[in-house]
Structures are given as C-alpha cells and as structure tokens.
Design a protein around this ligand. Sequence first.
Ligand SMILES: C[S@@+](CC[C@H](N)C(=O)[O-])C[C@H]1O[C@@H](n2cnc3c(N)ncnc32)[C@H](O)[C@@H]1O
Length: 293
Amino acid sequence: VIHELYAQHWRDYELLDSGGFAKLERFGPHILHRPEPQALWQPVHNETYWKKADAVFTQKGSHSGTWDWRGKQARPANWHIQYHGPGYNLKFKLALTAFKHVGIFPEQAANWDFLYRRVTELKAITPVPKVLNLFAYTGGATLAARAAGADATHLDSVKQVVSWAAENLKLSSLDGARWIVEDAAKFVQREVRRGSKYQGIILDPPSFGHGAGGERWKLEDMLDGLLADVGKLLDPAGATLILNCYSLGLSPLVLERVVQARCGALAKHVEIGELYIAEKTGRKLPTGVYARF
Ligand SMILES: C[S@@+](CC[C@H](N)C(=O)[O-])C[C@H]1O[C@@H](n2cnc3c(N)ncnc32)[C@H](O)[C@@H]1O
C-alpha cells in the first residue's frame, strides 16, 4: 500500500492556495507568497486574494538571477509559531531567509508525531531511547524526540541552522540535545566504527547538498550507501527509522526497496507513501515521499 500522509494538527500554519508555480501560506500572523515548482496548475483564488501576502519571494530584476523578499511595508523580522502535536507542544522561530525558506517544513509535523509516538513505545526496550537526526535543519524532529524523552543527537552541515535548532529547543522549554556540525555520511561512518547503536534515526536528505567540509552530497548516488551504514547503527532489538525525500524523481517504492534492503528484519513492516499539505481549498500539495517503521 502507498499511503497519503499529511500533518493534521497545525493551527499556526495554513496553505491557503497554490498554482502558477507559487504557493500562498500563513505562518502565524504572516502570509507569504513563495515559489513552488510542483504547482503547475492554476490557483483557485484570484489576484486580489493573493495580494494578502505580507511578503513575496521574487526575482529582483527582470534579468538578474537574484531573488529576494519584497514586503507590503517592512518585511517581517523574526517571529514565532507553535505546533500542538498529540501529547507535546513545540515552538519555532521563523525568519525570511535568502533561500526562500522560513525555518520550517510544516508537512514534517506528520513525521514528528510518528517519532514522538515511536519513542514512547521504544521506552519498553530501553528507558531513554537514543535518536539520531541527520540533515536535521532547524530541528523539528529533534524537538519531538526530546519532548518524548529521547537522548537526541542533531546533525546538520550548516552551523547557523544548528544554532537555530538550539534556539527552537529552548523556545519549546526543552533542553539537553547533542549538537553536531558535520557531513552526515562521515559522521555515520564513524559511528559504525565505534559500534554505536540508536533506537531511532531520522533522515531528511536534500537532493543536492554539501557537508561541513564541502563534501558533495547527491541523493541518488549516496542514499543507498548512507542507509547501509544507518542500518548498522539501528538497534536490532527495536528501532524506528524515518526517511523523507523531497526529490521529485524518487517514488515511494524506491524508498521501500532501499530501506528493506538495508534495515533487514526491522523494516518488515515499513510504511511508505507520499506526504502532502492539505490546502484550505480542499486540494493537495504534494511535498515528498517517505518510508518509516
Ligand atoms: C531538506 S533540509 C531538512 C529539513 C528538516 N528535516 C525539517 O523538516 O525541518 C536538508 C538539510 O540538510 C543539510 N545538509 C545538506 N547536505 C548535508 C550533508 N552532506 N551533511 C549534513 N547535512 C547536510 C542542509 O543544511 C539542510 O539543513
């Protein structure tokens, strides 16, 4: 079965409309208009509706390749939003970054809920499950793991997003995560050599990326090798894994096959599917594919 999954518990986030290669979203008090390569259809609402945006991420000049945010008045500075998951609450700092991102991938809340639940279950095996969050960005999954009482390790190759995640942990009234700025593949190889074991591993790799030392990351070339190491780090007595990919080209069945090949008996009941955002118009905006157990 290929599932369709979306985050059901947001109050501070809404996808208002999408189309014409753009999306209109509300993050707490602010409405943002951003590019969305997958929205090849027409928007449901008219131009006047889209003018509600407080800031639009657009190309600066007609010919220059540089993009920036343009606001109605001053562009919003940093602000906070909350996520009320089943059994836990998180708080995030948001900001308009130069790369169109704002510090959160709201669809991932469906995976945070799953992780929170799985960590709670894994306490039957070990009182403080160890969770490793790779490509961890601003830390949604790290926060959910800590909220559930896990010993959480957060890794990203970009120092600034790791500090951002640390701020989010504090904002959420949580503490005690381990922060690592490194290339994901390198760290995982070292952990295999050390014989480390984890009860939970989350990976949300980009299509292309760079390690902290400039190491090249290309999803299709490196996913299988990374999962081979990840499989060795998972506790055979019981573990959870969440793999999410934004790459447009990978199908859920590809993830299923790689995960089953590399995680052995643990992956017997792997759930696979497509993640989407439930738009206010009643339509679906696909955001990526996932495999988890
Ligand atoms: C798609 S984002 C993850 C989104 C996040 N899981 C969430 O839902 O909020 C990918 C992250 O991987 C990081 N990254 C890219 N290449 C990396 C590498 N080789 N090693 C570690 N992190 C890397 C980027 O800095 C970025 O924060």
